[in-house]
Design a protein around this ligand. Sequence first.
Ligand SMILES: Nc1ncnc2c1ncn2[C@@H]1O[C@H](COP(=O)(O)O)[C@@H](O)[C@H]1OP(=O)(O)O
Ligand SMILES: [Mg+2]
Ligand SMILES: [Mg+2]
Ligand SMILES: [Mg+2]
Length: 358
Amino acid sequence: MSRPAGNPSYAAELGAAKKAVALAARLCQTVQQEIVQSDIQSKADKTPVTVADYGSQVLVSVVLNMEVTSGSFSMVAEEDSEDLRKDGAEEILERITDLVNKTLAEDGSYNLLLSKEAILSAIDTGKSEGGPSGRHWVLDPIDGTKGFVRGGQYAIALALLDEGRVVLGVLGCPNLPFTSVSNLSGSSSGNQTGALFSAAIGCGAEVQSLDGSPPQKISVCTIDNPANASFFESYEGAHSMRDFTGCVAEKLGVQAPPVRIDSQAKYGALARGDGAIYWRFPHEGYRETVWDHAAGSIVVTEAGGVVKDASGNDLDFSKGRYLDRDTGIIATNKQLMPSVLKSVQEAIKEKKQASSPL
Ligand SMILES: Nc1ncnc2c1ncn2[C@@H]1O[C@H](COP(=O)(O)O)[C@@H](O)[C@H]1OP(=O)(O)O
Ligand SMILES: [Mg+2]
Ligand SMILES: [Mg+2]
Ligand SMILES: [Mg+2]
């Protein structure tokens, strides 16, 4: 896809976003290496959050504010400071403050020492509602917190919305093999780990190492026969209906077993052709948020792929903090999308018939 004439290139914003994600990834790596029980808290919705989720959100906010000085700043991000302001949270706030200040000092780009109050305010810069007008950063400071805590895959996912559409995305995946997820099992131990995926609208998608190797262009695979396709899905069984996806895979004629990975790392792996399909069918009632798909979806579309909901519609990121979409999300290449959608729609119809009373 070429960039329409007159469109901004977003080069400065992309540079800032990469810097923000790489710095946040450093903090996350430090925490994951030596995570202790007190680093992990449970949110009101019973999902986990760690000092690294908060620290990552602070660092991204700080770097973006330092690097992008034009225009007003708006960010839609997953975490907020409410739980950290409660009695009993002093220790965890202290730990986050130390982690952030240490990471900033080691990096050395900014001469900053944040107070606890500044940490809380930086977290709350992510409270924007987003929407169809203006520019909004969209951040998941750790996508796949369960994977992060388990020592598995996770991603720092940052995107920019401009007038309701995603115009750039960066995915930091510190535990993803640099070359291919076929190395996930650790069979080739000498392989470099960590990948930074990025894309700007009309400019293609790239990958580089987290410590700043030169970026290289990536593209989705060219497989057109579903029998040769492999698919990614959530590692966590509760995040996607596996009996349903098993049924879709059978209809499609997919023969390879699913590759299960936590987080938006799946979008990155798909974008460089490690697999052919990523699908996600959450249980009824689960509302998808924009930060879980904004960065990943532009990395895939700029790598030549397509991302749709189960009805074949594009994802709409302009509706606020939640994603407006019909059942399920599918990402694959242009060749496979029609047959994947057909199988998904057939499987949905059968599921409805099976559950409706005679
Ligand atoms: N019940 C749920 N169903 C679907 N997704 C969920 C559920 N609970 C949390 N998530 C989100 O699913 C994503 C995990 O990715 P995946 O399932 O692809 O591995 C994360 O965005 C996670 O949020 P979080 O960012 O808090 O980890
Ligand atoms: Mg979470
Ligand atoms: Mg998430
Ligand atoms: Mg998260």
